[in-house]
Design a protein around this ligand. Structure first.
Ligand code: ACO
Length: 284
């Protein structure tokens, strides 16, 4: 893919490339990036294209304007799909689930959610399904569904249960109370909360750390963690052993060989303190 190739995007999604980082913005600032069915279609196409685009080594998911996202669009998702046939509704829900959950969760490249401004309801799903998340201290979060007469549906209730404790999750499901980025960090929703003026810089730093890793091993490590969570101990041990062997097999960079050779024979790095030299020759 050359640098002059078209930039993926659409009416509702904006992509900017920067040294291996694809900044993917929900781009309906006038609607606080409320997520409509049209936005889902754009996101599905953008994520599909970026997965095979060499300009993208890591995705940062963010929002333009005053919000990460104000959740599902009450008009462009709920009311509009109330008005169509059951088949069309099913299709709209499937398209929404695809990007917010399935695709992000199993994406071939690492993903970071960068949250500022508002993050409500359905926005928790893509937030949680990104691998990592950084927020501004003063962001405003809320499971606001109860405030307008619905349950945290889609997969929101399921998603929050994977990162939040039951007491906290139930509290916010039942009260609809808003909270800030500092609290989001305490709740386990994000990795870090930083002052708003540090948000982009800190997210960029984190993305660069990921870009330095062996991409094959990074992908395998992410998937190994996500799938083994749902296995019992015996299954996990077998699966992870096989996944480790598979990683060595598919890793064209030969990371395992290089890592071992450079530590044991050449003594040129210490894995506990840093990364092996990726450009060096592998063991023949
Ligand atoms: N769905 C549809 N439209 C929305 C949404 C939404 N979730 N959020 C904001 N908008 C629209 C507003 O209707 C308004 O449109 P208009 O200019 O055509 O009237 C525009 O975006 C700007 O919104 P304001 O409310 O004027 O912006 P403000 O900055 O004052 O408030 C806030 C922002 C707090 C996010 C407010 O819009 C809000 O409470 N939105 C709903 C948040 C919510 O509860 N989301 C969860 C939905 S449920 C779910 O996701 C499963």
């Amino acid at each position: 893919m050359n640098d002059s190739a078209p930039i993926p995007g659409g009416d509702n999604v904006l992509v900017e490339f920067e040294d291996g980082i694809a900044w993917v913005y929900l781009n309906r600032p006038e609607k606080r990036n409320a997520m409509s069915v049209d936005l889902a279609r754009d996101m599905n196409r953008v994520l599909d294209e970026l997965e095979l685009d060499d300009r993208c080594g890591v995705i940062v998911l963010s929002g333009k304007g005053k919000a990460f996202s104000a959740g599902m669009d009450l008009q462009g998702f709920f009311r509009n799909t109330d008005a169509v046939s059951d088949v069309e509704r099913h299709r709209a829900y499937r398209e929404t689930r695809a990007w917010q959950w399935r695709t992000l969760m199993h994406y071939a490249k690492p993903t970071i959610a960068m949250v500022h401004g508002y993050c409500f309801g359905g926005a928790f799903t893509p937030l949680i399904c990104c691998d990592l998340a950084v927020t501004a201290d003063d962001a405003t979060y809320g499971l606001s569904e109860i405030n307008w007469g619905i349950i945290p549906g889609g997969v929101v209730s399921k998603a929050i249960a994977t990162v939040m404790g039951d007491r906290e999750a139930m509290y916010y499901v039942m009260t609809g109370e808003k909270f800030d980025g500092v609290r989001a960090k305490e709740l386990g929703l994000v990795n870090e909360s930083v002052p708003a003026d540090r948000l982009v810089e800190r997210t960029r730093e984190l993305a660069k750390v990921l870009l330095e890793k062996n991409p094959t091993v990074l992908r395998q490590a992410r998937m190994a963690y996500k799938y083994s969570r749902y296995l019992d101990w015996e299954q996990a041990a077998e699966y992870l052993t096989a996944k480790g062997d598979q990683t060595t097999f598919v890793d064209t960079e030969k990371g395992r060989d290089k890592g071992m050779k450079q530590f044991l024979d050449e003594k040129t790095y210490k894995p506990g303190l840093g990364h092996y030299h990726r450009d060096a020759e592998a063991e023949q």
